[in-house]
Design a protein around this ligand. Structure first.
Ligand code: AMP
Ligand code: TRP
Length: 329
C-alpha cells in the first residue's frame, strides 16, 4: 500500500473550500492508502495567533475532521508538533534547499505582503517544513487543493536535492487534486479562505449561513428580476454544482438563464442543499465536542505511532549524512 500524507492548519474553522477542495477527498481516499492526516500547528505559528486559543483550535479541527469522516482508528490523525522528527528533518532539509527556491513561492509572497510586520524565517521556511512532513513518512501521494501544488513541487525538489547529495532515501511525491481544486470565495474572489472572511464554515447554523448567502453577489449583469442571468458568471452557481442534485442543477441553470427564477429563489434552494450536506456533519461535530478525553487519547496514540515511523526515517537519514543516530527514543 502506498503512503498518503496531508496537512491542515489549525487557524480557524473548516470551511467549504477545505471540504470540497480537500477533506471530502481525503475521506474517500483514506482506506486505499496508509494515511496520515496532520494538524499542522508548527505551520500555524508562522503568522500571528493567540497562544491561549491554540489547543481549542486543534481540538475543534480534530473534531471537525472526524465529523467529516476521517477515521482516527485506522488513519493516523495527529498533531504535527507532537512528533519532533518533523522539525528535525526540516533543519536537515534546510541545508540542501537553496533560499532562492523559497523566495519565489507564491504563498510566501502573499503572506509576507499580508503580514508586513512579521516576516519571520518560519514564513520563508514553511515549505521546507511541509516537505519534511511529507517525506518523513516517505509519502508518495499528497491530496491538497490547488493552492498547495507549488509546495508539493518544491517537496519533490527537496527530495531530489537530498537524494543527490546523500543517496537514495526519499520518493518524489505527487499532488492529488479533486475535480474542484479551487473553491471561490463568497465575495467572488479567487479563493475561499479563512483569513479573507469570504467563507462558509461547515458547522455554522442555518441562520448564519443564510446571513452570508442572502447578500452574496450574483451575476453582475442580472440587475432586475426580469433580466436573464448567466450562471457561469455567478459564484452561487459554482456552489450549486457542489451541493445540488443534478436534476435541480438543470432546473436552476434553465431558470436563471431564462429569468424563470430570481436570485433569492436560487439562494433559498442553495441553502436547503447546503444544510442537507452539512446538517449530519454538524450533528457529529457537536457529539464529538462532548468527548474531549476520547479525542485526546486518539491523538496521543496516533502521535506515538508517528514518532516511531518518523524516528526510523531520521535514523536512516542521519546514517547517510555521517551523523550519529539516536538509537533510543
Ligand atoms: P488550510 O486551511 O489552508 O490549511 O488548507 C487545508 C486544505 O484545504 C489544503 O489542502 C488546501 O489546499 C485546501 N483548501 C483551502 N482553501 C481552499 C479553497 N478555497 N479551494 C480548494 N481547496 C482549498
Ligand atoms: N501548507 C498546507 C496548507 O496551508 C498545510 C500543510 C502542511 C500540508 N504540511 C503539509 C499539506 C503536508 C500537505 C502536505 O494547506
Amino acid at each position: 500500500m502506498k503512503t498518503l500524507f496531508t496537512g491542515i492548519q489549525p487557524t480557524g474553522e473548516l470551511h467549504m473550500g477545505n471540504y470540497f477542495g480537500a477533506v471530502k477527498n481525503w475521506v474517500m481516499l483514506q482506506d486505499s492508502y496508509k494515511s496520515y492526516f496532520s494538524i499542522v500547528d508548527y505551520h500555524a505559528i508562522t503568522i500571528e495567533y493567540e497562544p491561549a486559543e491554540m489547543q481549542k483550535k486543534i481540538f475543534d479541527l480534530a473534531c471537525g475532521l472526524i465529523a467529516c469522516g476521517i477515521n482516527p482508528d485506522t488513519s493516523r490523525l495527529f498533531v504535527q508538533s507532537e512528533v519532533p522528527g518533523h522539525a528535525d528533518l526540516t533543519w536537515i532539509f534546510n541545508s540542501v534547499t537553496p533560499i532562492g527556491e523559497l523566495e519565489r513561492m507564491t504563498q510566501y509572497k502573499d503572506k509576507s505582503q499580508q503580514h508586513r510586520k512579521n516576516i519571520n524565517v518560519g514564513l520563508l521556511d514553511y515549505p521546507v517544513l511541509q516537505a519534511a512532513d511529507i517525506l518523513i513518512y516517505k509519502a508518495e501521494v499528497v491530496p491538497v487543493g490547488e493552492d498547495q501544488v507549488q509546495h508539493i513541487e518544491l517537496t519533490r525538489e527537496v527530495s531530489r536535492y537530498f537524494n543527490r547529495r546523500y543517496g537514495d532515501v526519499f520518493p518524489e511525491p505527487d499532488a492529488l487534486l479533486t475535480k474542484t481544486p479551487r473553491i471561490v470565495g463568497l465575495d467572488g474572489s479567487a479563493k475561499m479562505s479563512k483569513s479573507k472572511g469570504n467563507s462558509i464554515a461547515l458547522f455554522e447554523s442555518r441562520e448564519e449561513i443564510w446571513e452570508k448567502l442572502r447578500p452574496a453577489a450574483t451575476d453582475p449583469a442580472r440587475i432586475k428580476r426580469t433580466d436573464p442571468g448567466t450562471p457561469e458568471k455567478c459564484t452561487l452557481w459554482s456552489y450549486h454544482v457542489l451541493f445540488s442534485p443534478e436534476a435541480e442543477q438543470k432546473e436552476i441553470h434553465e431558470g436563471c438563464s431564462t429569468a424563470g427564477i430570481g436570485c433569492i429563489d436560487c439562494k433559498k434552494k442553495l441553502l436547503e442543499n447546503v444544510m442537507n450536506e452539512f446538517d449530519p456533519l454538524r450533528e457529529k461535530y457537536y457529539t464529538l465536542q462532548s468527548k474531549p478525553q476520547e479525542i485526546r487519547d486518539k491523538l496521543d496514540t496516533n502521535a506515538q505511532a508517528c514518532r516511531q515511523a518518523a524516528a526510523a526515517t531520521i535514523r536512516e537519514v542521519k546514517e547517510k549524512m555521517g551523523l550519529k543516530p539516536l538509537w533510543k527514543i
